[in-house]
Design a protein around this ligand. Structure first.
Ligand SMILES: [Zn+2]
Length: 358
């Protein structure tokens, strides 16, 4: 169906606050959870999704949820009748031209991702303050080396591409790389990105993607994906699940959020962990559960998401979604609870270790 308005027009009508404009989408403050810049509106599909609370849907749903309009049909009639001025039509045409000029590419296969990311990490250093951060969180020197954490380069990222091309890396289709207006391959790193790469491994220890752990005091925006979504010849990371330990071999696996947290919790406990990027980002977890159902003896899914569900409704919903998802694929959903002074399973395990408990 051709709409005489798009999702940005809807956002204007319901007064959403724009925080960041990208090529094919824009980040607004979320009206459902008040997440600052967390609601991503995609103008190509006229759909929204919140990276914090997980709310999602189409633009007519968004309009209904934020107004007292009862259904999509009524919303369409109302928006149609009020979206006719020349100025908004012109804006919309410009937006459509931008969207159709940006062509993303499919993500490379796992072998190529692993090859290119390893080649890239091999060129980078790991700064001492970053290493101290990981030692403080309970990892050993050995595991820090094995997991290939590396600092985001500050000035040298442009020569990085040349080095990777010399190493025969085929970078188009690798999230994080794209082409600029001169059709030169670029890496999506900027000077304001200070932090370190956290490689996200599958069960064969192949690197499926990378997160960047930012050096920021803002506890709510500490992680981002190394991605080149919405850039020419770029692609999305698609939020792969970090696998630590023998997830396919035992009868229970633990699920937490955050690749690094999963890696630390596995190291401290020896248990198999699957880690999603966020408590409400469970799409790839569903794919994993389908595989576990077919290929493993796993019977129990242990919820090890954060313990702040007493104060955070989004975490509360994440726990519920996980239990529901585990049950859907025939697993027994269980939950591990610990002292609420320690929000994450990694913090709790570290306190146990430091107190001689494990
Ligand atoms: Zn939200």
């Amino acid at each position: 169906m051709d709409f005489p308005f798009d999702i940005y027009d809807v956002a204007d009508k319901i007064g959403l606050v724009l925080k960041r404009q990208h090529n094919k989408s824009a980040d607004y403050n979320c009206p459902f959870c008040d997440g600052i810049g967390k609601l991503n509106l995609n103008v190509e599909y006229n759909a929204y999704r919140c990276n914090k609370c997980g709310a999602y849907g189409g633009m007519l749903d968004l309009f209904c949820k934020c107004t007292n309009v009862p259904d999509r049909k009524t919303a369409y009639r109302f928006l149609n009748a009020t979206s006719s001025d020349d100025f908004s039509i012109q804006n919309r045409e410009q937006r459509q031209a931008t969207v159709s000029s940006i062509k993303e590419v499919p993500k490379a296969d796992i072998e190529r991702l692993d090859f290119c990311y390893r080649a890239m990490l091999d060129e980078l250093e790991f700064d001492t303050p970053h290493k101290w951060n990981l030692l403080d969180r309970g990892l050993s020197e050995e595991v820090i080396q094995e997991n290939l954490y590396k600092s985001v380069p500050v000035d040298t990222y442009n020569i990085l591409v040349d080095k990777l091309l010399e190493k025969d890396c085929d970078l188009i289709g690798v999230p994080g790389f794209f082409t600029d207006v001169n059709e030169e391959i670029r890496v999506n790193i900027h000077n304001h990105m200070c932090g370190f790469f956290v490689p996200v491994f599958n069960e064969k220890r192949q690197i499926q993607g990378m997160q960047i752990r930012l050096d920021t005091m803002d506890t709510k925006r500490k992680y981002m994906w190394f991605s080149s979504a919405e850039k020419m010849n770029g692609c999305l990371s698609k939020s792969p699940v970090q696998i630590s330990g023998d997830v396919f071999g035992g009868n229970a696996i633990y699920v937490t959020e955050g690749a690094l947290k999963g890696q630390i919790a596995h190291f401290l406990s020896g248990k198999p962990f699957a880690a999603t990027a966020g408590v409400n980002q469970q799409k790839e977890l569903e794919t994993l559960f389908q595989r576990l159902q077919r290929e493993s003896q796993c019977k129990i899914i242990v919820d090890a998401f954060d313990m702040d569900d007493d104060t955070n409704e989004h975490v509360r919903r994440g726990h519920q979604s996980l239990a529901w998802l585990a049950d859907k694929y025939g697993f027994i959903p269980k939950r591990i609870v610990w002292d609420r002074r320690y929000k994450g399973i990694d913090d709790y395990l570290l306190s146990m270790k430091n107190n001689g408990g494990i």
